[in-house]
Design a protein around this ligand. Structure first.
Ligand SMILES: CC(C)(COP(=O)(O)OP(=O)(O)OC[C@H]1O[C@@H](n2cnc3c(N)ncnc32)[C@H](O)[C@@H]1OP(=O)(O)O)[C@@H](O)C(=O)NCCC(=O)NCCS
Length: 214
């Protein structure tokens, strides 16, 4: 852990109790993505997805804390080439926290895959080169009042250093043309380059950014 002023940054590996952060991180995500991303999705759907994601052994979590208590930003990354939908589904049935209530919720949400697409920007297999180990950014959120203070930049720095120690060669992140701040952000980080751009609507795009881990 290292600190600047009253903000500290931490890497929470699989061994930490990430289950306790489900509510908080889901809320941060829900409140900080452009509302145009959501059609009929409520906070409960986001919490359900975060429950499966945060208890997955395959993800890494990086958090920024204010005054050593309040979480104000985070990155969820994965070293698996599975897309976020794959990770969420894979963890559903072997998860000790998943209860009948949770499964019923899923049935209630019905089109869970479309909800995942609405909330996250899932990757596709063909984006990954074979024989290269990747760190995939699944979620990057900084709470609105704290944006523009360099918090995401520090979280990314921590992601680079953990990716390096895990022998990942590339970091990949997918965003959309709706997420203007994310585009400004990735364009501002020297290591990230726009490598692919897909049309997803008449005037909207999915953007794939990649960085080499040196
Ligand atoms: C994208 C996001 C994580 C950036 O977090 P942040 O902590 O505000 O970013 P930083 O303060 O570290 O910004 C680093 C650099 O990015 C650029 N940048 C970030 N936001 C910007 C904005 N709104 N306008 C212009 N440049 C911006 C700047 O160059 C900045 O460096 P500078 O302040 O030295 O000029 C944040 O805006 C966010 O949570 N957005 C909503 C969720 C989202 O879209 N996440 C991405 C999912 S792919």
């Amino acid at each position: 852990m290292y600190s600047i002023k009253n903000i500290s940054y931490e890497y929470l590996s699989q061994n930490n109790n990430r289950y306790s952060l489900v509510e908080k991180l889901a809320k941060l995500h829900y409140e900080n993505l452009p509302k145009s991303k959501y059609t009929m999705i409520g906070i409960d759907a986001v919490k359900t997805l975060y429950l499966s994601l945060l208890t997955s052994k395959k993800i890494n979590l990086f958090i920024a804390k204010k005054d050593n208590s309040e979480i104000i930003g985070f990155i969820i990354s994965s070293q698996s080439k599975l897309s976020i939908a794959g990770l969420i589904f894979k963890n559903l049935f072997r998860n000790k926290y998943i209860k009948l209530k949770f499964l019923l919720q899923l049935i209630y949400f019905k089109n869970i895959k479309n909800i995942i697409i609405e909330i996250f920007n899932p990757s596709k297999d063909f984006l990954f080169e074979k024989n290269i180990k990747y760190s995939q950014i699944l979620s990057l959120i900084v709470n609105k009042p704290e944006q523009g203070k360099g918090i995401a930049k520090r979280l990314i720095k921590l992601l680079f250093s953990i990716s390096k120690s895990n022998e990942c060669k590339k970091i990949i992140s997918i965003t959309t043309s709706y997420q203007k701040n994310a585009i400004f952000f990735y364009e501002s980080i020297e290591e990230f380059k726009l490598v692919k751009k897909f049309k997803i609507g008449s005037n909207s795009f999915k953007l794939v950014y990649e960085a080499n881990v040196l």
